[in-house]
Write a protein that binds this ligand. Structure first.
Ligand code: UDP
Length: 331
């Protein structure tokens, strides 16, 4: 047997996790993929099952993790990741970011592995500085609808820093900004699958608020490249990875209408509470440290993403939740 690097990826059947599995398998790592399949899907990784350098554990990372043999790296990417998920499964969101990271850190310490966490632009909350640099402490409402995610991710960063400082563990923190691409869950409520799903089903596109809020969308291949490079440095402080090309949600809806050729119109719905007004990563650090910057334009990335959504069956296209935020909030 070859002496391959062995990597554990949690959240492996999810959108980002599955793309990371693809990349590390291709780089000839031995990939141990873990997922409890609450929001992940086996379909995203089933093409990897026949490979000799891939195995899947159906396991919940908030429970004790046992991995036989050596382990060189752990990527803790398990988490619900959309505003509607935070409302539907708030306790799991908190647990995977707290109990889950604690188990991963314990495992990393026992195996002397390097551990990376998927942190997020949500640690900046509804930001008061623009664009967001890594030294900004953020503007987060701990008890708002996004609090379960934001605080779990902030706790994860604190926990990872504690293991780094106290135990000398090799750690990495990537702060991920809005990312898109094939394998996003159509029903996760995030803006891109929402708009493309609506266009393909012949429904109107729902803009929350006036659509003047901004986001900056990064194509998944660019993100994976940034993560791969960061893992191979020895830099333990947070690094933003995202695409600084910022756009209003209204312009984004218009781009999707043009791209899909739908004749549907835009309808306006109330803005969910604590929805950040603007978001754009400052990627100076990633540029300097990793020589990294995004390469895929939105036009190119959206084309590939649309092709993926078009390949779904009519049944899969129907699987939606109708983004009813109020349904999950007991006033
Ligand atoms: N959004 C929207 N219509 C939708 C879904 C989302 O206008 O059907 C908006 C949402 O209010 C937010 C932006 O699009 O301002 C991005 O939302 P998403 O859920 O993708 O991620 P966020 O960046 O807010 O976590």
């Amino acid at each position: 047997m070859k002496d391959r690097k062995r990597i554990l990826i949690t959240g492996a059947a999810g959108f980002l996790g599955s793309h990371l599995c693809d990349r590390f398998v291709k780089e000839d790592f031995y990939v141990i993929a873990m997922d409890n399949l609450i929001t992940g899907r086996l379909k995203n990784i089933e093409h990897l099952f026949p490979l000799e350098n891939f195995e899947f554990y159906h396991h919940d990372v908030t429970k004790f993790i046992h991995i036989p043999g050596k382990l060189d790296y752990i990527l803790h990417f398990a988490s619900p990741a959309s505003p509607i998920d935070y409302l539907k499964i708030p306790i799991q969101t908190l647990k995977v970011g707290s109990l889950g990271i604690h188990n991963c850190l314990g495992l990393a310490k026992a195996k002397n592995a390097t551990l990376m966490i998927a942190s997020t632009s949500e640690v900046y909350g509804d930001p008061q500085i623009h664009p967001q640099t890594e030294d900004y402490w953020g503007h987060v409402n701990p008890i708002g609808p996004r609090g379960v995610y934001d605080e779990a991710k902030r706790f994860q960063e604190a926990m990872v820093m504690a293991y780094h400082n106290f135990h000398g563990l090799e750690t990495r923190i990537v702060r991920i900004f809005n990312t898109y691409g094939p394998r996003m869950r159509l029903n996760d409520g995030r803006v891109l699958p929402a708009f493309i799903g609506q266009a393909l089903r012949g429904e109107d596109l729902t803009i929350f608020g006036d659509g003047m809020q901004t986001r900056s969308f990064c194509y998944v291949d660019d993100l994976v490249e940034g993560i791969f490079r960061l893992l191979h440095t020895n830099y333990y402080l947070p690094v933003n990875i995202g695409n600084p090309d910022e756009i209003t949600i209204k312009d984004f809806a218009e781009e999707i209408i043009k791209l899909t050729g739908t004749s549907q119109k835009i309808v306006y719905r109330p803005l969910p509470e604590n929805d950040p007004k603007q978001r754009q990563p400052d990627i100076t650090k990633a540029r300097e440290l990793l020589g990294w910057e995004p390469k895929v334009s939105r036009a190119e990335g959206l084309k590939k993403t649309l092709a993926y959504f078009k390949s779904l069956s009519p049944d899969e296209l129907k699987e939606i939740d109708h983004y009813n935020f109020d349904k999950y909030i007991i006033k």
